[in-house]
Design a protein around this ligand. Sequence first.
Ligand code: ATP
Ligand code: MG
Ligand code: MG
Ligand code: MG
Length: 473
Amino acid sequence: KKLSSGEIRQMFLDFFKSKGHSVEPSASLIPVDDPTLLWINSGVATLKKYFDGTVIPKNPRITNAQKSIRTNDIENVGKTARHLTFFEMLGNFSVGDYFKKEVIPWAWEFLTSDKWLGLDKDKLYVTVYPKDKDAKELWEKTGVPASHIYEVEDNFWDIGEGPSGPDTEIFYDRGQSFNNLPEDDPESYPGGENERYEEIWNIVFSQYNHLPDGRYVDQPHKNIDTGMGLERLVSVIQGTKTNFETDLFLPIIKATEKLSAGKTYGNGGRDDVAFKIIADHARTVTFAIGDGALPSNEGRGYVLRRLIRRAAVNGRRLGIKDAFLYKLVPVVGDIMESYYPEINRNKAFIQKVIRSEEDRFAETLDAGLSLLNQTIADLKANNETVVPGATAFKLFDTFGFPVELTKEIAEDQGIDVDMKGYEKNMEAQRTRARAARGDAQSMGSQDKTLMAIKTPSKFTGWTDLQDDAKLTD
Ligand code: ATP
Ligand code: MG
Ligand code: MG
Ligand code: MG
C-alpha cells in the first residue's frame, strides 16, 4: 500500500520527534515583522527569531511542515515536474545544538530505513560543497558510495552579511525516461538543470559568520536548517510522473476536468500544462487568502491577482466559460483537512474573494483575449512574428493582462512580444504618472484623499514583483 501525503508529512514530524525535536505548527504565509520577505518562502523563514537570538527556543531542536510561496517559480509551474508556487517545506532545525555528524545519518535513516520511508538507496544521490570535506566523509561513512556524491560549487548558502555556510542536497534519480536532456548532456547530473535528478532535500550547515569586510569566521554556535518539499517527496514515494499526479493534486485536476468542456488530463499536450497551472494556483490563492491576503494592486495582493488571472486564462483554454477557480477551494480544503482544517472552516470567505476577483477580470478577459488573438492572426497573415510593445502595453493597461501572460499566450503560437517596446510604453506611463504627482505636489495639495484619487489606479506592479525567494535561492 502506498503512503498518503498526510501519512508522509506525519512520518517526517514523528521521525524528528523521535530524535528529540519539538513540533512547531505551520505559521502563516504572511511574514510577521519581516519587511525583507513578501511571503514565507521556507521553513527557516518563520524561525529566524531563534537563529538571530531574539528568542531562545525552549528546545533547540525543532521540526515543522511549513506552508511556503515562491513567485520566482511561477514560470516553471507546469513546465518542470517539480516546481510549484505553493508548497510545504518539511524541516528540521538545530539552534546551536546538533550539527553535521548527526543530521547526515538522520536524513539517510529517514529516507532509506525500512522502518521509515525505505527508499531505494541506488536511486539517491547527494551533492556537497567541494571544500566541505567533512560532509563528504560523513556521507561516505553513512553508506553513500563515492559514485553517488557530487561536488557542486553552488552548494554554499550565503545572503551577504550574516550566518552562512556550505550545504548538501539530496536528489532522487527518476530515471532517464523522465529526462528532458540526453543522458550525456553536461547538465544531466544531480544539481544540473534537468528533469531526471529531482532535488528533494536541502540541508544547510550554518557554520560561518560572513563579516562586512568579506571574511568568513567560525560561528560560536553552529546551526542546522533543512528543507524538503513535501510534494516532491510524495511524488517520489507514490511513483508519479510529476508532482501533479499525487494525492495532493489529482483530485483538483479531476474536479477541473468536470468543470471543463470535456477536456481530460494526461494527454501530454498544452492542456495538461493548463490543468497543472490551475491546480497549483488554486492551492496558492486558497492558502494565501486563508492567511489573510487579498487581491489588490500591489505587493502580495498583486501576486494573488496575477495568479487568479493566469488561472482564468488557462481555464478559458480548457473551455471553461464562467468563474470556476472558487469551486476548487473545497477540493483543496478536503485534501488538506487533516493538517489544515482551517481551509474548510473558512471556505465560504475564501471562495467569495476568489469569485469576485474572477468576475472582475471576466469583464476584460474576453475583450483582451480577442485583441491578442486578432493581433496574432494579423501578424501571421503578414508573416510577422512579434506582438508590438504598444499592444502588449494596452493589454496590460486596459485589460489587466500581465505582460508575462501575454508572452505566454503568444509564445504558444510561436509569436514573440516586443518587450523593449513594452518597457518603453511602461516607462512613458510612469513618467506621466510622476508628472501628475509632481503637479499635485506643486499645487500644494496635502489632501490624502485627493492624492489617492489622482494616483492612477492602474496596474503598475506586475513587472516590479520582488523576487521573494532571495533568502534561500
Ligand atoms: P530547485 O533547485 O529544484 O529549484 P531549490 O534549490 O530552489 O530547488 P531550496 O531553496 O533548496 O530549493 O528549498 C528546499 C526544498 O524545498 C527543495 O529541495 C525542494 O524540495 C523544495 N522546493 C523548493 N522550491 C520549490 C518549489 N518551487 N516547488 C516545490 N518544492 C520546492
Ligand atoms: Mg536547487
Ligand atoms: Mg536547494
Ligand atoms: Mg529553486
